[in-house]
Design a protein. Structure first.
Length: 362
């Protein structure tokens, strides 16, 4: 379990100290405030540690490997021209720091770099053991339709796609899990397959299909919202989202209608309840309300943390956090949804609306 993420002068954050919940973590804020940056910063550390034993050839972490691997991962995931571009822009030289604390202290890891760094970081908090679970990162775009040949193309050419796309594509191509876990997999996948009215299949050609009662359909012919459900179903089927691990999901509600958003909310909570530590970034009031309703009615035992991102007078992003949405301050994007609901109800009831600024000027 990832207990905390501490940032100093990293992108838009002069200082941030996030204390995570065991099951679900919800990051809320307007566009451009750094929600995705928080997901990616934590993901980079976890992804490097999870691959450490295999890629380094060492059973224990080494500073030389970590310094190179972390720098490469940050550049691959964030895609800056130089690594120093990720340090918060201020006059003069600045030092960016990233630290991850885990429930198992042997996994704790911290590093830093400055604005002049090109391709290197310095590790100042060394773990004594690698983490075992591979994290999953889901971007806002579905990846099933670009899967055929994407991994080999990414590794042999210079593509400007984020490395999270490549990492997730690798997991999508893994074979389905077999054995004692199959019962739990079927339980988690059943509501997703009902919503899709079919099952996900990967052909030897590398193309994904959805098999329905009416026939088999290429993934390109399936609605984008259903493709996102198919992605989750595939990752559950392969065991990537089962028992232990981490899920980072950027705007789960993107391109989904409200009915599917309700299913996604339930899936998020089911995954968290089954041992995956979930991190989502959103500004959807509908999704937040649905998560709240389900937690109050069916998932009260889940340990949840909420994080609200706010821009201060100096242009820096500050974070308010707590156990509920009431603890994270007022989020303009959410307030606008509430105000529109009030205007709609007033309009239906014939309540006179206040004059607009344009009308006042006339």
């Amino acid at each position: 379990m990832l207990r905390a993420l501490r940032l100093r002068n990293f992108t838009a954050f002069p200082e941030a100290d996030l204390k995570f919940g065991k099951h679900l973590n919800i990051i809320v804020g307007e566009n451009g405030l750094g929600k995705t940056h928080l997901l990616k910063a934590a993901y980079c550390v976890l992804a490097v540690s999870a691959r450490g034993a295999k890629d380094s050839g060492s059973a224990s972490p080494t500073k030389a490997y970590l310094q190179t691997a972390l720098a490469n991962k940050l550049r691959g995931v964030f895609k800056p021209d130089d690594l120093g571009r990720l340090a918060r822009r201020q006059a003069g030289r600045n030092r960016a720091e990233v630290t991850c604390d885990f429930a198992e202290p042997a996994h704790d890891l911290g590093f830093f770099f400055n604005t002049s760094s090109k391709t290197e970081v310095a590790v100042d908090l060394m773990p004594s053991a690698w983490i075992e679970e591979t994290p999953v990162y889901l971007p806002t775009r579905e990846l099933l339709t670009i899967y055929p040949g994407f991994v080999s193309l990414y590794e042999t050419t210079h593509l400007q796609f984020e490395e999270t796309w490549r990492d997730t594509a690798v997991l999508l191509g893994a074979p389905p899990a077999r054995g004692p876990r199959e019962k739990k997999i079927r339980e988690l996948m059943h509501p997703l397959e009902e919503a899709m009215d079919g099952t996900v299949e990967l052909e030897n050609s590398g193309r994904f299909y959805v098999r329905m009662q009416t026939g088999r359909f290429e993934m390109h012919l399936v609605a984008e919202g259903l493709r996102k459900l198919a992605t989750i179903a595939r990752l559950i089927a392969t065991g990537s989202l089962l028992d232990k691990g981490y899920l980072f999901w950027d705007e789960p509600e993107a391109n989904l209608n409200p009915k599917l958003v309700k299913l996604v909310a339930r899936t998020i909570l089911n995954i968290g309840q089954n041992g995956i530590q979930v991190f989502i970034a959103t500004h959807s009031l509908f999704l937040l309300r649905e998560l709240y309703i389900l937690q109050q009615r069916e998932f009260q035992q889940l340990d949840t943390r909420c994080f609200g991102l706010h821009l201060d007078a100096e242009g820096a992003v500050q974070i308010q956090q707590g156990r509920t949405m009431d603890d994270i301050g007022s989020i303009t994007a959410l307030d606008e949804d509430l105000l529109q609901s009030e205007r709609y109800i007033d309009t239906e009831m014939g309540v006179p609306l206040p004059p607009t600024s344009a009308a006042v000027e006339e």
